[in-house]
Each structure stands twice: as structure tokens, then as C-alpha cells.
Design a protein around this ligand. Structure first.
Ligand code: CU
Ligand code: ZN
Length: 189
């Protein structure tokens, strides 16, 4: 074999190797994508860290966990005035000093405001939480209407604790100002 032929053969060999590596890489990427689709990039847990708004001391942490009966909502909020406080998922996952950047109640099904147990309600209507004499509220309930997937997903929405109780009046329960706001984000399962 002449030197020229040898060099050519080597160059072709290198090109073939590079091409095969490329094919291999794209096959791996395709397999990973298919796996993600079937096994799901299924969200099974979410969390919201609630930060107080201006003039409030309320703060806390709420987790959302998928169960077979719906999403379990669990958490603790401190710094509240004793008694009931409206508790809702709002449209936007944005904190602002007055809490208003979170928008209105999350209502993708265009229903009227209602109690958590009502047949028809805003998806975001989670009723009231109750603070004890020390201003601490413990939250623990399962809601079958909340979901992490599809157009009604609560991921990325706002979680709001209000100054006053939700009296279930229209249009949004007369719960007054917003004392703490958080963003519902994907949590480590
Ligand atoms: Cu609200
Ligand atoms: Zn509502």
C-alpha cells in the first residue's frame, strides 16, 4: 500500500467513526426522550414557600403531594392573626409587596367562587385555614380537584393567604388583603 492510499484509508476510517458516533448519540437521545414520555416527567410533588407581604408577618411552607384520592395539601403558616383566613390558588406565581401581582383566583373552568367542598367552584378555592391563638395554622387536606398536569395544572400558580376569612360570597369571598404569597413549584418527590 502506498503512503497516499494509507492516509486516505485512515481518513475514511476516522470519518466513518465520527459518523457512527453521531448516530449512536442521536439514538441515545431518542431513547431518553421516549423514556421521559412513557415514564413521565410526571410531577408527583410540589411546594410553595409563602413570603409575607408588606405590613404582614405571615410566612410558611405548603406541600402538594399526589395521592390516589387527589392532591394532599399540607403545611404550616405562622405570623397570622388568630382565626380563619382565606386560602386560594391564584392565577399568577408572582409575589409583590401588596400580593396583588398574583392576580385573581385560579379559575380555568370559568365557575363561580365557592367552598372547597362545593360541586362548582374556582379550581383555586381552597376555603379557609385556621390560625390558633399563637397565629399558627396547620393545613392538611386532600383535594380531588387540584392537578399537576394539563391545562388546569396548579404548577407555577400563586398560593395566597388572606387577611380575613373567605365567607364564600361572590365574586371572591370577601377575604380582604393578601398577607402571604408563594409560588407553587415542582418539588423533589
Ligand atoms: Cu385568594
Ligand atoms: Zn374563588
Amino acid at each position: 500500500m502506498s503512503i497516499k492510499k494509507g492516509v486516505t484509508a485512515f481518513a475514511v476510517g476516522v470519518l466513518v467513526c465520527i459518523a457512527l458516533m453521531g448516530l449512536h448519540t442521536s439514538a441515545v437521545a431518542q431513547r431518553e426522550a421516549a423514556k421521559a414520555k412513557t415514564e413521565g416527567v410526571q410531577v408527583s410533588k410540589a411546594v410553595a414557600i409563602l413570603e409575607h407581604t408588606q405590613g404582614s408577618e405571615a410566612k410558611g411552607r405548603v406541600t402538594f403531594t399526589q395521592t390516589e384520592h387527589g392532591i394532599q395539601v399540607k403545611g404550616e403558616i405562622s405570623g397570622l392573626t388568630p382565626g380563619e383566613h382565606g386560602f386560594h390558588v391564584h392565577e399568577f406565581g408572582v409575589w409583590s409587596p401588596d400580593g396583588k401581582a398574583a392576580g385573581g383566583h385560579f379559575n380555568p373552568t370559568a365557575q363561580k367562587h365557592g367552598e372547597r367542598e362545593a360541586a362548582k367552584r374556582h379550581i383555586g378555592d381552597l376555603g379557609n385555614i385556621k390560625a390558633n391563638e399563637n397565629g399558627n395554622a396547620v393545613i392538611d387536606f386532600v383535594d380531588p380537584r387540584l392537578t399537576f398536569h394539563g391545562p388546569h395544572s396548579i404548577i407555577g400558580r400563586g398560593l395566597v393567604v388572606h387577611e380575613k376569612p373567605d365567607d364564600y360570597g361572590q365574586p371572591t369571598g370577601n377575604a380582604g388583603g393578601r398577607v402571604a404569597v408563594g409560588v407553587i413549584g415542582v418539588a423533589q418527590p
